[in-house]
Design a protein around this ligand. Structure first.
Ligand code: DAH
Length: 350
């Protein structure tokens, strides 16, 4: 009979510990706390082991019964611990997911989209026209010597033509080039006596000028063709092709006599106004024509000074203002607008 009383008492203790354990586990807030509770319940000097100590006082026939009772408790507590641990892992996962959440419906980060500068647009188009008829592109230094900028171009010291091309001097002999023409001499020196020589030279040029149609820095494209039996007719053909590709199929060109020290004869070239078609408007100042470049047959002095024999070969050359072409092409009336970097203007060239 005393067995029954003992068993009842023990059952009660084990149940109490079970309830206690369930409560302790439920109250933990994170897995570290849960670890501490686990030790308190199942550790060496934990509650379960304390219960098992009773075993020593039990009658032999009660021991297996008690052992099993305690085992069931251990299983139950272990199950509760695992469930709680699982709960914490799950919660942690959810909070990471929440923290890393991406809202796919938010608008993306817009990247500002740039556009080509009108001068670059014009330059690229001009280059591709000349590339299309067999010219190659060469480029040269913007800081130039007096020799290449002037003397090799048949403009000796004290020549009055220097007056129109005052520039920025670095030393008595070094200057910012006033035109792309010095590359005529540099290219001929490099390739002489090979023919045919057919190049264009795009690049920056500088002069001491500033008004609505002049800026201290501007862009030119030089053209040079050296071969046997080159004539003004070849020049005219190339320039007419350029004018029509650039400004429209119906364009005509007109050559007027002019003077440049490095060409003989020299011409200035006009295209028929692409705005009014030649009848006269504000753009062409009522003349029907717009001046676009200077050109001529390469002067024998220039050929000779750069390594070609003027008795054997001759050539033509031309110099085109890229900014002026851009202004005409895009309808700008102040050249300076190209270089003030006003984003509102540049954005219109997307
Ligand atoms: N270099 C001249 C200037 O800047 C333009 C020019 C005229 C270039 C006639 C040429 C040419 O090659 O033949 O004013």
């Amino acid at each position: 009979m005393s067995n029954l009383v003992t068993r009842e008492k023990l059952t009660r203790q084990v149940e109490l510990m079970g309830e206690d354990a369930a409560q302790l586990i439920a109250q933990t807030r994170h897995s570290k706390e849960l670890g501490e509770v686990r030790i308190k319940l199942l550790g060496r000097s934990g509650s379960l082991n304390n219960l098992l100590k009773e075993m020593g006082q039990l009658a032999a026939e009660d021991r297996p019964w008690y052992g099993e009772l305690c085992n069931r408790l251990r299983e139950e507590v272990t199950r509760l611990l695992a469930a709680q641990e699982e709960e914490f892992t799950q919660r942690e996962k959810e909070s990471t997911l929440l923290a890393e959440k991406i809202d796919l419906t938010l608008p993306g980060q817009m990247r500002a989209r740039g556009s080509w500068h009108p001068v670059s647009l014009a330059q690229e188009q001009m280059e591709s026209i000349f590339l299309g008829i067999g010219f190659s592109i060469v480029t040269g230094p913007e800081v130039e010597t007096d020799y290449y900028n002037f003397q090799a171009m048949n403009i000796p010291k004290d020549h009055p033509a220097r007056e129109m091309q005052d520039t920025f001097y670095l030393t008595d002999d070094l200057l910012l080039r006033t035109h792309t023409s010095p590359m005529q001499a540099r290219t001929m020196e490099r390739f002489a006596p090979q023919i045919p020589l057919k190049v264009i030279v795009p690049g920056k040029t500088y002069r001491r000028d500033e008004d609505a149609t002049h800026t201290p820095m501007f862009h030119q494209i030089e053209g040079l063709y050296v071969d046997r039996d080159v004539s003004l007719a070849h020049l005219k053909g190339v320039l007419l092709h350029f004018a029509r590709e650039m400004f429209g199929r119906e364009r005509e060109i007109r050559l007027r006599p002019s003077f440049f020290p490095f060409t003989e004869p020299s011409v200035e070239v006009d295209i028929s106004c692409f705005h009014c078609g030649g009848t006269g408007c504000r753009l062409c100042k009522q003349t029907g024509w717009i001046e676009i470049l200077g050109a001529g047959m390469v002067h024998p002095h220039v050929l000779q000074g750069s390594g070609y024999d003027p008795e054997e070969v001759n050539g033509f050359a031309f110099g085109l203002g890229i900014d002026r072409v851009a202004m005409l092409k895009f309808g700008l009336d102040d050249l300076r607008a190209l270089f003030t970097n006003d984003v509102r203007l540049l954005k219109t060239f997307h």
